[in-house]
Ligand binder design. Structure first.
Ligand code: SF4
Length: 380
């Protein structure tokens, strides 16, 4: 298959993964869904299930409002709507992470509202600088293993875990390669294509994904870079939704050179290291990860990490995506804005909602921001 066809195929899965997932189910594959973030997919895969990260829906909210208040974050409402209304039959079970107050409440609502053969919880420590946090994560990962083993009726073997780690590490490494290639030669894939590839990683079996990515990497490697000017930006936040916002970034001739998004670099940057104890490997990986808004350690780590990305990549501006009613991001923003102002780093904050295309208004604001980076009007 040619690179262009591979990209199209993977982008179509990124935009609508459910035909792919339904085909897998038809072949007997059980699917376990998890909302964001930090559930170790490798453990679910080693148990013989296909782990899928649930990334919400942009379709209208019809049923979720009966279970969640209107001021619950847009991501939670859209996730609940997806499984309650639009895809009630895709998932065999769920592993539900609790990363913030909203997910803590939603976990119980989900368990009571959505019929599933399996429901596992995964309680992630939120103050990761505490001494007990590592022990907590290790013990919780052991508990997840036992929950999955009870459901499948089979032990999760060391061999199955080693194979799962190897596949996911390889998949992530190929995606990182494409990201690096884009940073060097922005036109080889658009912003939308790059983030669609990361998105499809949330849905696909690495055994299906890796051969396609290998072909794509070798195809992209022969594209000769051109010198088309683009503004280098860093994206920040949790997720960019609706994903059409990436198209706007493309239209405005910006190129993403780094990001701290959860549905972005944080998903592909960290591999499970080789260790004799697989649970220890998963724990080490978790604590190596970049910051995530509701997970706290040293107070300034989120901002320091973003500043580091801007400096390392010589980015010209930051685009921050604020999910409507995300409390954690609400707390972050005043300090973040002040720090960027002090450092004279141009930053725009866009409030986003899964159900609002809001393209015209967002495009106008982004256009003005990018024009200010160019210091002139953008033509074409
Ligand atoms: S971290 Fe924010 S966006 Fe994510 S579930 Fe919690 S409130 Fe919602």
């Amino acid at each position: 298959m040619k690179g262009k066809d591979i990209l199209e195929k993977l982008q179509s899965i990124a935009r609508d993964p459910f035909p792919y997932l339904k085909a897998k189910r038809k072949k007997g594959q059980q699917i376990i869904g998890s909302p964001l973030a930090d559930v170790p997919s490798e453990m679910i895969y080693a148990a013989g299930f296909l782990p899928v990260t649930i990334l919400g829906t942009n379709q209208p909210i019809v049923k979720a409002s009966a279970h969640l208040p209107d001021n619950a974050c847009s991501l939670s409402r859209s996730n609940l709507e997806l499984v309650l209304n639009y895809e009630p039959d895709t998932f065999d079970g769920f592993v539900f992470p609790q990363v913030c107050d909203t997910t803590q409440h939603l976990s119980d609502i989900w368990k009571m509202t959505i019929p599933a053969k399996f429901f596992g919880s995964f309680l992630i420590p939120r103050q990761v600088d505490r001494k007990s946090a590592r022990h907590w994560f290790y013990t919780e990962t052991q508990r997840l293993k036992r929950q999955l083993e009870r459901y499948s009726g089979q032990p999760i073997t060391g061999e199955a875990l080693a194979k799962s780690f190897q596949l996911y590490n390889e998949n992530r490494s190929l995606l990182r390669k494409i990201y690096e290639m884009k940073v060097q030669a922005p036109q080889i894939v658009s912003n939308r294509q790059l983030f669609d590839l990361i998105r499809s990683f949330c849905f696909m079996d690495p055994e299906d994904y890796i051969p396609l990515l290998k072909e794509l990497v070798s195809d992209l490697a022969i594209i000769i870079p051109n010198t088309q000017e683009s503004k280098r930006v860093v994206l920040s936040g949790i997720a960019v939704e609706p994903t059409e916002l990436f198209d706007i970034l493309d239209e405005l001739k910006t190129s993403v050179v780094a990001d701290d998004l959860i549905v972005g670099s944080r998903m592909i940057a960290y591999d499970v290291p080789e260790t004799d104890d697989p649970i220890e490997g998963l724990t080490k990986r978790h604590f190596a990860k970049s910051p995530f808004s509701p997970i706290r350690d040293v107070g300034t780590r989120l901002y320091d990490h973003l500043l580091q990305l801007v400096m390392e990549t010589k980015a010209e501006g930051v685009v921050y995506f604020h999910i409507k009613f995300c409390e954690s991001q609400d707390y972050d923003l005043p300090d973040l804005k002040a720090i960027m102002r002090d450092r004279k780093i141009p930053m725009i904050v866009l409030e986003t909602e899964y159900q609002t295309a809001a393209k015209a208004q967002t495009k106008t604001r982004l256009e003005a921001f990018v024009e200010s980076l160019y210091g002139e009007q953008i033509n074409g």
